[in-house]
Write a protein that binds this ligand. Sequence first.
Ligand code: NAP
Length: 319
Amino acid sequence: MTPWRVYAPSTPPPLYAKALGERVQWVGPFEPHQLAQHATMLREVVAVAGMGDAKVPASLMDALPALKLVSIMGVGYDGVDIPAALARGVQVSHTPDVLNDDVADLAFALMLAVTRRVVLADRMVRAGEWGQRPTPTGVRLTGQRLGVLGMGRIGQAIARRAAAFDMPVTYTARAPKPALPYAYASNAVALARAVDVLVVITPGGTETRHLINAEVLQALGPQGVLINVARGSVVDEAALLEALQQGVIAGAGLDVYENEPYPLAGLTMLDNVVLTPHVGSATPTTRQAMAELAARNLVSFLSGNGLLTPVPECAATRA
Ligand code: NAP
């Protein structure tokens, strides 16, 4: 069988490439200004395959006239221009659910690291300063009030873990979920006012841009902790930096940033912040499951059998 031509917006994720094997012939990545010079090769590309941070703008789709599918190895797909894909009849798939537990675990790792000052304590031991000065004291996480901004698949996995920490949960989302045993707040400010620790776990994109702003941070208050495991775009990073510097909130744990891989410079100078490099789903087990699901979507679709996990916008067009 002739392999399908698949465009990679960045170096193909090795696990994804392995899962697809000989069935695909990879093309790219090319810089935007190089697309025209590779037009002949790009004319036969039927799919784009990338990680959750892949950028697939309309201009790239225009360079791929035979494009049928964008297959994302990740649940977030805010880098894909969905209206442009829908307008061209291009389907988009992602890998929901298989990463819920890892991202929820990381949210708790960050909560504990910030409240118990784990990174600071680790640094002290390594520097040989134990016994030289007082050890850092933290704040008890157990019993604190947890706020979840975005009560979807991952938000619910986070809320379930909260029970083990005796943390009452309040959340907000686009719509209340009456079947869930948690309190609902009507918006981000009301949510921040009602909790001690606020975890952000909505999708990125224009709809959620800067949902966490100076007003929300003010409402979270001087004992409050912000955790962002969603997308950098959901938090106004400049407002967050100022809030952390001024003591408007107590601390933050961040896995994602507005301009990855470059956190706002001032953040790295602060002791009340724990920073991880977008590793929410980064365990071998989960990355393997994501690669397999992404590959199964691509193979199924290009073989004429449809998508297993289309993004909601594409599922809606098929219904
Ligand atoms: P999901 O099941 O679609 O849940 C998203 C939740 O966000 C839903 O509850 C939704 O509300 C809510 N929401 C959407 N727009 C909102 C708005 N404007 N205001 C308030 N709430 C809003 O998605 P998921 O699978 O849990 O994943 C969530 C996101 O996590 C992904 O999109 C991705 O960006 C991020 N993520 C990050 C990592 C990482 O490595 N750090 C890994 C995986 C995922 P409704 O329920 O009312 O629709």
